[in-house]
Design a protein around this ligand. Structure first.
Ligand code: WTA
Length: 655
């Protein structure tokens, strides 16, 4: 199965309207209702968001100005005082939701736990008090490196409660990657677990923390709080490491939520860009709370009885916005699953759907393609009739996978919401509303109300229907990233300088290529920069190149991605070796492993190709375009006249 091509997309004419029964019960139940909201929001965005902020959230103190926009720096709800942990927990305790399931958790080995809002609140307060005892004060950054267990969400909410911005690092990242992120964030405390279960193995998390902190490599870190999960032997460093299960019983469950300024930093989340160093995307409190709340509510048409399951990991933005903050702010029941579909248990996801009567299921195209490969017998032998809405995120979905999802999982009745957004945007930007928007397989359809998205050329001019261009957003929205942590300059030149302001209006450059069809539907094609999308995970080519050249045998490396049947894209590396090193299969395996230990398993190159030289321009720049063609086994496209040495290409083609 391949990625969507321009041709296949232009040929895609199928339209799937929500059923009348679905629309009737939906909060936003017709295209006209959506259009009305959209118009209203576009005419006066500030008034639109202010009304929702007032209606949907609890504030300790109201704002006195909705938006302060000094491009490219936005502030929302100026002088408003709010706490997202309060909005996710405390405010539900005075209602019947007090004893409603907030988190339903299923562990990979089959253990499970349900936490009501009252129980979750209690544990969050206890962890917040433990963090205070460990010396964390408002403004201190806390690293979180956890498996998918309730304590991951508890840790995030505990940090938010006391105003300590968290920086969650995906548990699949290596010790090296963790170290770089902890260093940049200058974290004071790290919350981790002994390990986690993934694909029938134990992921050794605490040992990776030890390795990252070895020889005082991250001097800011004073304490490590360890949750017991797998019970394997680990080392506890005295004076630094403490066990959660030893401290929790004596921790007070009384911890009032700290009134935060609307613009106080809520978290940093590192994401890949075009340089070797990941960027710390900064999100703040009020606008992020509002936007994740409203998008979650409308896009998933949340009902009190829903069992909502987002299969992402809390280490990514999807886990932040749509496992923890969005659903809990709405008082919904959010399901967390520790495991991944695996050969030993190919039906595990469908078992979870059946066991808990999941009603909303949100996953990534790469997972859908993996399910297709595992065979229809697995979903077909489970009762999936509880499902009412399906969602996808992370990469373009190929129409075949969409149709399979619609038929085999959705019984041809569940609307599919294909949500386009980014770590930087905080929440959904392009998405159908399930009771309102007719869907087209492969299209993220229309912008969310309040989002002024467009497709433009490099001068900022809108392009004609069905013409390719750059996806941009015109007006600030509440959950947009505020800056790159400690690096305003990088924020400015990554997102605001590729395309100049048009008619005085600043354009947020998303880094994606896209087109809009004659109905105004958006079709996202993928990244236009040196960012790859491996199984829906963002990875910079430069990050992998830096990892490769840090190996003593490597002189130079150029990394591209090539299409992959299940992962969407796969890492393909071209490597030239230092003088005395000879190419061999052993060295190939060693280099792949080296990348895994520098970054993590998601970055493991599918293929490494040794070469004597790389194709370069006369000014010495590697011409990746040709390498991408070579990796995909395609004809070379583009101008070769700028090349320094034409024989390089011939050699690569022969090899
Ligand atoms: C890609 C993930 C097509 C896109 C939430 C974007 C998508 C990058 C979609 C952000 C989608 C995400 N259709 N492409 N529905 N959703 N993308 O920061 O290239 O991990 O720029 O955020 O994923 O990845 P990130």
């Amino acid at each position: 199965m391949s990625q969507p091509t321009i041709e296949s997309i232009l040929q895609e004419k199928r339209l799937f309207a929500p059923t009348p029964e679905f629309s009737q019960q939906a909060t936003i139940g017709s295209l006209e209702a959506y259009q009305q909201l959209y118009e209203q929001a576009a005419t006066d965005p500030a008034a639109f968001w202010a009304e929702l902020a007032d209606k949907e959230l609890d504030w300790f103190q109201k704002w006195d100005q909705v938006l302060d926009w000094q491009p490219p720096f936005a502030k929302w709800f100026i002088n408003g005082k709010i706490n997202i942990s309060y909005n996710c927990l405390d405010r539900h305790l005075t209602t019947w939701r007090k004893n409603k399931a907030a988190l339903i958790w299923e562990g990979e080995p089959g253990d499970s736990r349900t936490l009501t809002y009252a129980q979750l609140h209690r544990e969050v307060c206890q962890m917040a008090n433990v963090l205070k005892d460990l010396g964390v004060v408002k403004g201190d950054r806390v690293g979180i490196y956890m498996p998918m267990i309730p304590e991951a969400a508890i840790a995030m909410l505990a940090c938010a409660r006391i105003g300590a911005p968290h920086s969650v690092v995906f548990g699949g990242f290596s010790a090296e990657a963790l170290k770089a992120r902890l260093l940049d964030a200058e974290a004071k405390v790290v919350i981790t677990a002994d390990g986690g279960f993934r694909k029938d193995k134990i992921v050794p998390l605490k040992p990776a923390v030890d390795e990252a902190l070895k020889d005082n490599a991250v001097p800011s870190v004073q304490k490590v709080l360890v949750v017991q999960r797998t019970e394997q032997e680990i080392e506890m460093v005295s004076d630094r490491d403490v066990w959660w299960h030893e401290l929790q019983p004596n921790a007070s469950a009384n911890c009032p939520a700290e009134p935060m300024d609307s613009e106080d930093m809520l978290f940093i989340l590192y994401t890949s860009g075009t340089t070797g160093q990941p960027k710390g995307v900064v999100h703040t409190t009020g606008g992020y709370n509002l936007y994740t709340h409203v998008t979650c509510k409308w896009t998933f048409d949340l009902k009190e009885t829903d069992v909502y399951w987002c299969t992402a990991d809390v280490g990514w933005i999807t886990g932040h916005s749509y496992i923890v903050y969005g659903p809990l702010s709405n008082g919904a029941t959010s399901l967390m699953y520790e495991g991944a579909p695996r050969a030993s248990n190919p039906g595990c996801f469908w078992d979870v759907v059946e066991k808990y009567g999941v009603t909303i299921f949100y996953t990534a195209p790469t997972a859908i393609r993996a399910f297709i490969k595992m065979g229809d017998q697995h979903p077909n032998s489970r009762d999936l009739s509880s499902l009412r809405i399906l969602g996808t995120v992370g990469e373009p979905i190929n129409p075949e996978a969409w149709i399979w999802y619609h038929k085999t999982i959705g019984n041809e009745t569940c609307p599919i919401v294909d949500t386009w957004w980014q770590t930087e945007t905080g929440g959904f930007m392009l998405t159908p509303l399930p009771g309102a928007t007719p869907t087209k397989p492969g299209s993220a359809t229309l912008p969310f109300p309040g989002i002024l998205a467009d497709i433009v050329d490099l001068e900022g001019n809108p392009v004609a229907a069905n013409e390719g261009g750059y996806l941009v957003v015109k007006h600030p929205w509440p959950s947009m990233m505020r800056t790159v942590y400690k690096n305003d300059e990088r924020f400015r030149n990554t997102y605001w300088e590729h395309i100049p302001p048009k008619d005085g209006e600043y354009l947020y450059f998303a880094g994606d290529g896209a087109r809009k069809d004659e109905d105004g539907y958006f079709w996202v094609m993928g990244r236009v920069d040196d960012v790859m999308n491996i199984s829906g995970h963002r990875l910079g080519t430069m990050e992998v190149e830096s990892a490769l050249v840090s190996h003593p045998a490597v002189a130079e490396a150029a990394v591209v991605s090539r299409p992959h049947e299940v992962k969407g894209e796969d890492v393909y590396a071209f490597v030239t070796l230092e003088g005395t090193h000879a190419s061999s299969d052993e060295l190939k395996a060693e280099l792949k492993q080296h990348v895994v230990s520098e970054i993590g398993a998601i970055a493991r190159p599918g293929e490494i190709r040794f070469t004597d030289a790389l194709p370069k321009t006369r000014s010495g720049k590697i011409i990746r375009r040709f390498l991408r063609n070579l990796a995909a086994g395609e004809e070379l496209v583009g101008d070769i006249s700028t090349m320094e040495d034409l024989t390089v290409l011939d050699k690569l083609r022969e090899g």
